[in-house]
Design a binder for this molecule. Structure first.
Ligand code: FES
Ligand SMILES: [Fe+2]
Length: 451
């Protein structure tokens, strides 16, 4: 009888490794609530908190950085973002009445302005001893192209609202979307610092989810700046050297390449397909809030669809839980990668290597900045460097530079990537159409120097 049983062979170490179940998350980088070091750091930046098409004539309850908040539009159109509960006896203002200039609690009628000041206390008699200056917490809100942005940090460290060049480009239709994931913010954010996952998750693991050229291992160059920077993913596709350029502004603003160009012919300084922020809801829930960009010529194979972009959805593969569990198991996407790392990923269980350089780098940078805030110091803002519109780089450049008979091709690709990064940065001083024209001409000249 026992001869028919196959006993497995191998060095099974499940019991030896049970210690992993007792390991704790990296609190310094993952706890986002009020008073937590990472939470205080994240509160030093403007971040999107909602899509404005979700804010109707009723108060809109949201949760950001572990705080329960209420977003509302008073009847003249100004947005207010306030702490959820009334300062009188804590009824939730989600049941409040929106009026001109503010919101009124429906319990005893206290009225608040959009900055949280108490405007009226109708039930209190004249001469009431209720202290003047009572208020609810409120945060400043900026509304732009379908997104509401808030600043939730101390009043004295509020930075200028960062206006990136991409916010207003001719011929670019920007459509907002917002998708929530049940996991910590860092996992979602780090996905953009991990260019190598495109090779496997998006191409070789199951099938090509985007474009076949992603199967080639990219060469990465980081162009580091105090506020973040950008990196180039460079691949050779026959005679074309294709640079896919990602903006990475800390803590979470990223812009990737186009959706989805074909690296078959020369293209110069085409712009990003996505401008994206990662907004923590709390330690175990996170929102991707973004604009998808649609321009003529960006999508030669018709892989995109603007009708699929909006609240809870977007038009590119695997960004939400909208597919069946079986489909997600058979062909997982980004959402399945970051959510399945757990509610809060445990870094001690990871074994990171050379290709995780971006992830290691961003964790190091964040830790340094979080500690700065803890010591009472300021963090670098992109507005420290650029006083007006901020130049960005996200997008693609494709140069016809064939393999050179006398050159090592990896060294050549590195040289081209560094030079293209340099050319991009040399044009920071120009804006709009002038920058487009000059930068494209400089890239064309560089390409010609190889022919
Ligand atoms: S609880 Fe809001 S007015 Fe009394
Ligand atoms: Fe991805």
């Amino acid at each position: 009888m026992s001869s028919s049983i196959n006993f497995p062979k191998g060095d099974f170490r499940g019991h030896d490794r049970q210690f992993i179940w007792h390991q704790e998350p990296d609190a310094e980088l993952t706890e986002v609530g009020p008073g937590k070091p990472c939470g205080e750091y994240l509160r030093r930046y403007w971040m999107p908190v909602a899509m404005t098409d979700q804010i109707g004539d009723l108060p809109y309850r949201i949760r950001i950085l572990g705080e329960d908040l209420l977003l509302f539009r008073e009847t003249k159109g100004q947005l207010g973002l306030v702490h959820l509960n009334c300062a009188h006896r804590n009824m939730s203002l989600e049941f409040g009445i929106i009026e001109e200039g503010g919101i009124r609690c429906s319990y005893h009628g206290w009225k608040y302005s959009t900055d949280g000041t108490v405007l009226e206390r109708p039930c209190e008699p004249p001469g009431s001893k209720l202290k003047e200056g009572t208020c609810i917490g409120a945060y400043p809100v900026v509304e732009y192209k379908g997104l509401a942005f808030a600043y939730m940090g101390p009043k004295d460290t509020i930075p200028p609202f960062p206006v990136y060049d991409i916010f207003d480009e001719e011929g670019d239709e920007m459509i907002p979307f917002l998708i929530e994931s049940p996991c910590n913010w860092l996992q979602v954010m780090e996905n953009a610092w991990d260019p190598f996952h495109t090779v496997y998750l998006h191409t070789k693991s199951v099938r090509t989810q985007f474009i076949d050229a992603f199967a080639e291992l990219p060469k990465i160059e980081y162009f580091d700046r105090a506020y973040g920077g950008f990196y180039t993913n460079t691949r050779r596709v026959d005679d074309i050297i294709w640079l896919r350029i990602h903006d990475q502004m800390l803590p979470s603003f990223t812009q990737n390449g186009g959706h989805f160009p074909l690296p078959e012919e020369s293209r110069y300084f085409t712009r990003c397909g996505l401008s994206r922020w990662i907004t923590p809801v709390d330690d175990t829930h996170t929102m991707v809030i973004a604009w998808r960009h649609f321009r003529d010529g960006d999508d030669p194979r018709g892989l995109t669809n603007r009708d699929d972009v909006g609240y809870g959805k977007t038009d590119f593969y695997g960004q939400s839980s909208d597919r069946s569990y079986e489909e997600r198991q058979r062909d997982p996407g980004d959402y399945d990668a970051w959510v399945s790392q757990g509610p809060v990923n445990i870094h001690k269980r990871e074994h990171t290597g050379v290709t995780d350089r971006g992830v290691s780098m961003v964790r190091r940078k964040l830790r340094k900045l979080i500690r700065k805030v803890k010591k009472g110091e300021n963090v670098p803002q992109v507005s420290d460097v650029f006083s007006g519109v901020i130049p960005t780089y996200g997008g693609d450049t494709m140069l016809r530079i064939p393999v050179q008979p006398d050159r090592d091709d990896d060294a050549l690709i590195k040289e081209v990537a560094l030079k293209v990064g340099e050319i991009y940065m040399a044009h920071d001083k120009y804006f709009g159409q002038e920058r487009n024209v000059k930068l494209k001409a400089a890239l064309q000249d560089y390409e010609k120097s190889w022919s």
